[in-house]
Design a protein around this ligand. Structure first.
Ligand code: M1P
Length: 255
């Protein structure tokens, strides 16, 4: 497969470097540094670059800057459910489109019924959050304060209410290819199996890259970079913070 003409100005147009955002390009939930921006500008002269983040594009605009779509060859939000190539939007996907109204209705009814029967010391609001690429289920509710979050987390450690809930859902909806992930303090996420960061790789397949590097900080089992980090299609790099990313890039690509 030949290199797309748009990338031929680069030194290694058949190499793509993909980055996680939080903890890899920026400190968690914070903005990109000038040093990282300069490093990426130099890198982009040599290879193709892209980011793949779990949150939506508005969050990445906040963290990576208002010109983010022009600063990267590929921009992948929500693991690639929203995708841009050279600033041009590619086909997008959503949870509701995938599952369909009928099955979603059954899932939502089961969740709400189960929640109503669960013994809990406290309840707040927003128990089922409908997102573009997933649903998020929280027994205490997403309106819980920080103290209430901590209390719920401690309660759940003892009573395992989330783990039991996930088991019940797995049993009831075994006919659907759903993944349940208890990643945070008060909730769990439900999304189609395979809609982790590897989802974005389908968008780059047609450009025929020889090497695809991936940099991420949550590359351990259960971390949200694990699947793409260990995928056969990528060369994985595990980093501890943005400074570490800069150090490895400088050595690897002679910046
Ligand atoms: O990033 C991990 C999780 O963070 C939040 O979880 P919680 O509110 O339970 O702490 C949520 O945004 C969740 O979707 C996410 O997986």
């Amino acid at each position: 497969m030949s290199t797309p003409t748009e990338f031929q100005y680069k030194e290694k147009p058949d190499t793509l470097v993909l980055f996680d955002v939080d903890g890899t390009l920026t400190p968690a939930r914070l903005t990109i540094s000038d040093e990282m921006k300069k490093t990426l500008e130099k890198l982009r002269q040599k290879v193709c670059i892209g980011f793949v983040g779990g949150s939506d594009l508005s969050k990445q605009v906040e963290q990576l800057g208002p010109t983010v779509l022009a600063d990267f060859d590929y921009s992948f939000s929500e693991n690639g459910l929203t995708a841009y190539r050279l600033g041009v939007e590619q086909a997008s996907q959503s949870f509701i489109n995938w599952i369909g109204e009928e099955e979603y209705n059954k899932l939502a009814k089961f969740i709400l019924r189960y929640l109503s029967e669960m013994e809990l010391p406290k309840r707040r609001g927003t128990f089922l959050e409908f997102r573009n690429g997933m649903i998020n289920v929280s027994p205490i509710g997403r309106n819980a304060s920080t103290d209430e979050r901590n209390e719920f987390e401690a309660f759940d450690k003892v009573h395992q209410v989330r783990a039991k809930f996930v088991d019940a859902l797995k049993k009831e909806f075994s006919h659907l290819a759903l993944t349940f992930s208890i990643g945070g303090q008060i909730s769990f996420d439900v999304f189609p199996t395979g809609w982790d960061k590897t989802y974005c790789l389908q968008h780059v397949a047609k450009d025929g890259f020889k090497d695809i590097h991936f940099f991420g900080d949550k590359t351990f089992v259960g971390g949200n970079d694990y699947e793409i980090f260990t995928d056969d299609r990528t060369i994985g790099h595990s980093v501890t913070r943005p400074e570490d990313t800069i150090k490895i890039l400088t050595e690897l690509f002679d910046l």
